[in-house]
Design a protein around this ligand. Structure first.
Ligand code: ADP
Length: 239
């Protein structure tokens, strides 16, 4: 699903954010990408989203080589992945329903489909009763779930959560992790980017640790799975 081959990213000005990073995140995996501030996590995310390009090496997502992707193909790439940003990035003047619907409208999906799809994903994240609420009338955890619903709306095969515990309290963090686990259990690849060791250690999942742009540890709990069923399609359930 995500392949980094000897990826180095040097920003203009000479800051090296990632250095010769190689990793393989398989379809259907649940992976933590762990690192201190400045380790290179945001750069890792930006390369996957093609907000930045690798200076050298290759980045592949869903079999597509992002270093060769044409600009006009970038929106399609992003539509196949759902990102839950740390600051949620909701539109404050729109209700939960409108925030999710907006993500569909910008891709010209017919209104009829939006009217059934939006309540479906909002119910999936437990917000069936809050569809008409504005973000300011929702808790941090609820706002985060609106962001998750929006990330799920295009049935992506990959969900990325950027510092999911950053803006909510510990109890709600656990709820979010359970939701992400449920999403993963139907075959969707989940990548959680975090600086919190405790969060990454709490769950028995693969943890990839980055430090100063280098991959310094990879627990790779899924090694057996990869070897026996390498890239075998996981039952594709479309949420
Ligand atoms: P993290 O998300 O783990 O905090 P980043 O990927 O943001 O790490 O940063 C990794 C390194 O790259 C840091 O040294 C940072 O200062 C540098 N960096 C990040 N973005 C830029 C940029 N746009 N221009 C120059 N240097 C940058």
């Amino acid at each position: 699903m995500i392949v980094f081959e000897n990826v180095t990213k040097v920003y203009p000005g000479g800051n090296t954010a990632l250095q010769d990073l190689s990793l393989h995140i398989h379809k259907g995996e649940f992976v933590f990408v762990l690192g201190h501030s400045g380790a290179g996590k945001s750069t890792f995310l930006k390369l996957i989203l093609r907000e930045e390009k690798a200076t050298s090496g290759r980045v592949l997502v869903g079999g597509k080589d992002l270093t060769r992707l044409k600009e006009r193909e970038v929106p399609y790439l992003r539509r196949n992945m759902g990102v839950v940003f740390q600051d949620f990035r909701l539109i404050p003047t729109m209700t939960a329903y409108e925030n999710v619907a907006f993500a569909m409208r910008v891709t010209n999906i017919p209104e009829k489909k939006i009217r059934t799809r939006v309540p479906y994903v909002l119910k999936l994240v437990g917000l069936g009763e809050k569809m008409d609420c504005l973000p300011e009338h929702m808790s941090g955890g609820e706002q985060q779930r609106v962001a998750l619903a929006r990330a799920l709306v295009h049935s992506p095969q990959l969900i990325i959560a950027d510092e999911p515990t950053g803006n909510i309290d510990p109890e709600l963090s656990l709820e979010m992790m359970e939701l992400l686990s449920a999403i993963n259990s139907v075959g969707i690849t989940v990548v959680v980017v975090t600086h919190e060791h405790e969060l990454a250690r709490q769950f028995n999942k693969r943890v990839i640790t980055i430090d100063h742009g280098h991959l310094v540890d990879d627990t790779d709990h899924g090694a057996d799975l990869h070897n026996s069923k390498a890239e075998e399609p996981v039952g594709e359930v479309r949420l």
